[in-house]
Ligand binder design. Structure first.
Ligand code: SAM
Length: 250
């Protein structure tokens, strides 16, 4: 086995093992997407279009595209975006950054799931991202954001380890998460064994830890009324906002 190399989070090597590993850890993108669709329709019955921001490889979008007449995705990482496009050839998946995107159309719902919003770098960028997402909503449209842990709930020094065997491959991942100022630094070490050999790589992610108040303020300053739904399927909860009738300041 060659020595472990650092690779880019959500780059080609990470994208190759990402979904398989999280599924083995119990992540249920299908149940989550169905639940999100129910929450959208409970807040805005008749919603028929949805944009998933930071859609990754499109696992939520795959289900959502069967539940809404029109769906689109936005994803900056090429390797993840390519997977989403291959998986959903009829769903437009745009390259773009949640902090400054403009798709030139409005949706009944915008979602930002599995902590994609926490890859921004500051509270100001959280506000920018929420404002851009809200600016893509029709008046009365629904914005659902799944946050990373609030600072007071984060377990500093948390370790995890998993092994998955699938499609002739054995994949191991161990991770260590620490507090780095306002962020979580998550370092994951991967070993992938397959017929051609064994390779190892390390990938490091920084997820900002915003307070509940900071999310709420980002929603209200973007012209949305917001509720926090505790728990949810991941344990981290969901922010569910509804855009008011006024124009969102861009
Ligand atoms: C943990 S993954 C979640 C992906 C997907 N929502 C899912 O459920 O599998 C985080 C995603 O956020 C994306 N991301 C990071 N920074 C972003 C930004 N500034 N704008 C949009 N997406 C971003 C990453 O490329 C990655 O695909």
């Amino acid at each position: 086995m060659s020595p472990s190399r650092p690779v880019e989070a959500f780059g080609p090597e990470h994208a190759d093992v990402y979904e398989c590993m999280y599924r083995a850890r119990g992540k249920d993108w299908e149940a989550e997407a169905e639940d999100v669709a129910r929450r959208v329709r409970s807040a805005a019955p008749g919603s028929s279009s949805l944009l998933d921001v930071g859609c990754g490889a499109g696992a939520h979008l795959e289900v959502l595209s069967g539940l809404f007449d029109h769906t689109e995705g936005l994803e900056p990482a090429e390797a993840m975006r390519d997977r989403a496009r291959r998986r959903l050839p009829s769903v437009p998946v745009h390259a773009g950054d949640m902090r400054d995107f403009d798709l030139g159309r409005l949706f009944d719902a915008v979602t930002c799931l599995f902590t994609s919003v926490n890859y921004v770098r500051s509270v100001a960028e959280l506000r920018d991202a929420v404002r851009r997402m809200a600016a893509h909503l029709v008046p009365g449209g629904v914005l659902i954001v799944e946050p990373w842990w609030f600072p007071e709930r984060f377990l500093d020094g948390h370790v995890a380890g998993d092994l998955v065997r699938r499609d002739g491959r054995t994949i191991a991942r161990v991770s260590h998460s620490t507090r780095a100022g306002r962020a979580t630094r998550l370092e994951a070490h991967w070993v992938v064994a397959e017929a051609s050999g064994v390779r190892a790589f390390t990938e490091t992610e920084y997820l900002m830890m915003f307070t509940e108040g900071e999310y709420r303020e980002a929603f209200t300053s973007a012209g949305c009324e917001v509720d926090f739904h505790e728990g949810w399927l991941t344990g981290r909860g969901l922010f569910v906002g509804v855009r008011g009738q006024g124009r969102v300041r861009t």
